[in-house]
Design a protein. Structure first.
Length: 181
């Protein structure tokens, strides 16, 4: 039964619920885009485009988050790890993702992922052997948005059968010219 008043319906949409709906819609869009692109163009092209898009989108999402939090300059890997953990809370809440980022000295950080909704969906679709995880690309985009540059590699991956994922950012330093979208 639908109440007659639109205001009553709107009142049921708390800010948290609206954020969850928007986040779920975005993740569903992303998955469906990848599926359609892989059917139309093949997995090689879909993986390449997905990683390029994630890298670019990650810069945008981190820039928006930094602006919303009114952050100043990201000075070091401790700052980056703190902000990356907040970004994960915003973009991948509990139930979708379990993991975190820690600084490993002045020029390195490690992200550990123990549970990932993307991996679960890829596994369910039966394409772990052909899907290329874009998690490293997300870290590249986040570093760029923070005005940092470095080498990012996926050291361990559930997609390859490891019990968890590990993304290592190393040789990180200030990017010439600062952050860019």
């Amino acid at each position: 039964m639908m109440p007659a008043e639109a205001d009553e319906l709107r009142a049921r949409l708390t800010p948290e619920l609206m954020a969850d709906i928007m986040r779920d819609n975005w993740h569903s869009h992303d998955a469906r885009w990848f599926l359609k692109a892989s059917v139309e163009c093949g997995f090689d092209v879909a993986n390449r485009l997905n990683k390029a898009t994630i890298r670019s989108m990650a810069r945008t999402e981190m820039m928006r988050l930094l602006e919303a939090m009114q952050c100043g300059e990201v000075r070091d890997m401790e700052d980056f790890a703190r902000i990356a953990n907040i970004a994960c809370d915003v973009y991948f809440p509990a139930g979708m993702f379990e993991g975190g980022t820690e600084a490993l000295g002045k020029d390195a950080a490690r992200g550990i992922v123990r549970s990932c909704f993307v991996f679960e969906e890829v596994k369910r679709a039966g394409v772990t052997g052909v899907y290329e995880c874009a998690c490293g690309c997300r870290h590249e985009g986040w570093l760029a948005a923070c005005g940092l540059d470095g080498k990012v590699e996926i050291v361990r991956s559930m997609m390859r059968g490891d019990p968890y994922c590990e993304v290592l950012a190393s040789s990180v330093g200030r990017k010439a010219g600062g952050a860019s979208l």
